[in-house]
Design a protein around this ligand. Sequence first.
Ligand code: 1Q0
Length: 215
Amino acid sequence: MSTTEEKFSLREVLVSFKSCLVDDDQDVLVEHYLDGWKGLVRFMNSLGTIFSFVSKDAVNKIQIMENYLKGEHGERYRTLQSMVEYELSSNLVDLTKRGSHPESGCRTILRLHRALRWLQLFLEKLRTSTEDSKTSTLCTEAYNASLANHHPWIIRKTATVAFLALPVRNTFFEVMNVGTTEDVVDMLGEAMPYVSNVYDLTQELYSQHNLLDLP
Ligand code: 1Q0
């Protein structure tokens, strides 16, 4: 248990969403938001290669954002609010149909933001589940209530089939590396509000600027 690799637990990942919040908790720091996602991707990868089509897409989107952060206008991408202001005022966002800005920061974050809603729903279902609950059912319900509404049929189908291969609830709890089932339930109860705060702020920002349906 000496290396950081072994000690890595889902608690740290979820709590990292707490450090996203800046400016009196009114804005989201992009760098830390991406750190949260990188942690989540690690957990997803530890569930097996069946989800590599999902993690590839997530990694690709994280990379797009990191390139902006490292780029010439990196400072404008420091927070979600500054990104939205910069991209909108410089006409860098395809607002109604895909055009010359297919990888804007705004649409890229929107994809991750929608996935965060799935995570919120899924982890809440896991937290309140019983020993005989089926993770694939919980995951499918969370997906249908969130991401599925934004995915075409073929992705919905592929995702739903992949969910059938999810490990059982106990394996999930073990992979989280938090402790007993009781510890997991407590940890989720404590840490999920941080994720919810980030989700709500982003939702509010995107809704104010009419960005919730970016192509
Ligand atoms: C635990 C099982 C993971 C299941 C993940 C559920 C999400 C399924 C989504 C299927 C996505 C299919 C890949 C491609 C999608 C893109 O078309 C779509 C839209 O982008 P674009 O550019 O085509 O417009 N992309 C997305 O919707 C973004 C999807 C990102 C999903 C990232 C999910 C990563 C979550 C990881 C958390 C797992 C940890 C759970 C806790 C585990 C604890 C042991």
